[in-house]
Design a protein around this ligand. Structure first.
Ligand code: TGC
Ligand code: FAD
Length: 386
């Protein structure tokens, strides 16, 4: 009989190293994240030392090569994202922003000096990075950003406000995207630079175990050596987003798996009308639909991961994965919550925490509507963004 958690035997498609990474990250989540995550979520915190622990496990900048980064495969990185998000999307977000956004930007577009200065310390989790693209008035449409960088002698002066920036308040370095006379450029800005400040955003009901902040840049002066020399135009930040979006395709299946597993166990033990609720047809329909989408989404993640490792993954295919898997993970979480009845609305179970987190994941890294339009443009040749 197939395994209720791996009905299609997807595990057999992984190699020994991939299984080892999965088991290692799963054990870390079980021992270090799961016991405290409900409390962190309730308090709206994520302990900073988690960064060093993720670094010690080689999970920061995991798929980057050189500069003390592990150089793991895309599939291995995806598996790590899945296990981290099975714990909480806030922890996966931390690793995504650090590795796929901040470190990737430096790795892909930075000078040797920038790479040597930042990447080893960031891989170890000693220095934390954030990625400032979104602004209060420009979310889905970053091309309109108002943050500017103008030359002042041999320096740059950066002015503007970035909004909804993960890790913003405890970052050591911010990758800031700004408009210049030559188009959009990226800057590596130490957060101790004069004129740089941040404000944590409070009252979030989603991704509470993750710090989200506003960044204010008021005449922030940096030398030309802080500019990312390889980044030209909006394609620079969007190339970074491809990396983080790829990790999300896997990550959300981890959250969905946690919801499905919780609902299945609950349904087998919760008795109403003298029978376990798992014995009712309506509950079985929910569980089976969850399993179908969980397994299909996991296969999709693996397929896209193998394509990425072969160097054949197109950004529009990343959009395909992000749109499908986040949408389905959210549906799975909502179904799981209903199976838990009143218990489904408390932090005693992980389900509503995942469900609320997934609302952010649906929005960040490109909303589901934007990814739908990216795919729509790819298949029709017609852009429908504006
Ligand atoms: P468009 O004219 O289509 O493109 C401008 C230039 O960018 C290139 N490009 C890409 N390059 C790499 N990867 C991609 N996915 C790319 N998409 C486009 C394109 O070829 C072009 O290059 P060039 O050389 O011709 O100039 O740009 P557009 O202004 O029409 O916008 C397209 C659109 C709407 C798809 C894009 O703006 C978009 O993706 N918007 C969504 C914004 C977004 O995702 N923001 C995320 C912020 S970061 C975040 O959310 C972190 S969450 C934290 C966490 O993970 O925990
Ligand atoms: P808007 O762009 O205003 O969109 C609002 C609604 O309008 C959405 O449903 C959207 O799909 C829809 N819409 C917009 N344009 C169109 C269109 N052309 N056609 C159809 N529908 C459209 N950003 C960063 O730069 N760095 C970070 O680290 C970061 N972390 C984040 C963490 C959290 C917890 C959250 C919630 C967000 C984070 N973001 C970050 C910001 C995130 O990327 C943006 O919220 C996202 O890009 C959407 O922008 P917006 O919120 O301004 O929504």
């Amino acid at each position: 009989m197939p395994d209720a958690m791996d009905f299609l035997g997807i595990d057999a498609l992984l190699d020994d190293e991939e299984r080892l990474i999965r088991d290692t990250v799963r054990a870390f989540v079980r021992d270090r994240i799961s016991p405290d995550i409900a409390q962190w979520f309730e308090e709206g915190t994520l302990p900073r030392e988690i960064g060093r622990e993720l670094g010690a496990l080689g999970l920061l900048g995991m798929h980057l090569h050189g500069y003390e980064c592990p150089g793991a495969s895309a599939v291995a990185y995806g598996i790590a994202c899945m296990e981290l998000e099975a714990g909480d999307a806030g922890v996966r977000s931390f690793a995504s922003v650090q590795g796929s956004l901040a470190m990737f930007a430096i790795h892909r577009f930075g000078s040797e000096e920038q790479k040597n200065e930042w990447l080893p310390a960031m891989a170890r989790g000693e220095k934390i990075g954030c990625f400032g693209l979104t602004e209060p008035d420009f979310g889905s449409n970053p091309a309109g950003m108002r943050t500017t960088a103008r030359r002042v002698g041999s320096d740059w002066a950066i002015d503007g406000t970035k909004m909804w920036i993960t890790n913003g308040s405890f970052a050591d370095v911010a990758i800031v995207w700004a408009n210049t006379d030559e188009g959009i450029a990226g800057f590596v800005v130490p957060t101790t630079t004069k004129g740089f400040s941040s404000n944590a955003i409070h009252r979030k009901l989603s991704l509470r175990a993750s710090v989200t902040s506003e960044l204010i840049l008021d005449n922030v002066r940096v030398p030309d050596s802080a500019r990312l020399p390889g980044a030209r135009g909006l394609g620079g930040p969007l190339a970074c987003l491809n990396e983080a979006r790829y990790g999300i395709i896997w990550g959300v299946m981890g959250a969905a798996r946690s919801c499905y597993a919780t609902a299945l166990e609950y349904a087998k033990s919760r008795v109403q009308f003298d029978r376990p609720i798992a014995g009712f047809q309506l509950t079985q329909e929910k569980l089976v639909n969850m399993l179908l989408e969980l397994q299909k989404g996991s296969l999709l993640a693996l397929h896209l991961g193998r394509m990425k490792d072969a160097g054949k993954l197109h950004p529009t295919q990343v959009s395909f994965g992000k749109l499908n898997n986040v949408r389905e993970a959210l549906t799975i979480a909502r179904e799981a919550r209903s199976i838990l009845g009143a218990n489904g609305v408390t932090l005693e179970y992980p389900v509503i925490r995942h469900m609320n987190n997934l609302e952010s994941v649906l929005t960040y890294e490109g909303t589901s509507e934007i990814h739908l339009l990216v795919i729509g443009q790819a298949i029709t040749g017609l852009a429908a963004f504006s």
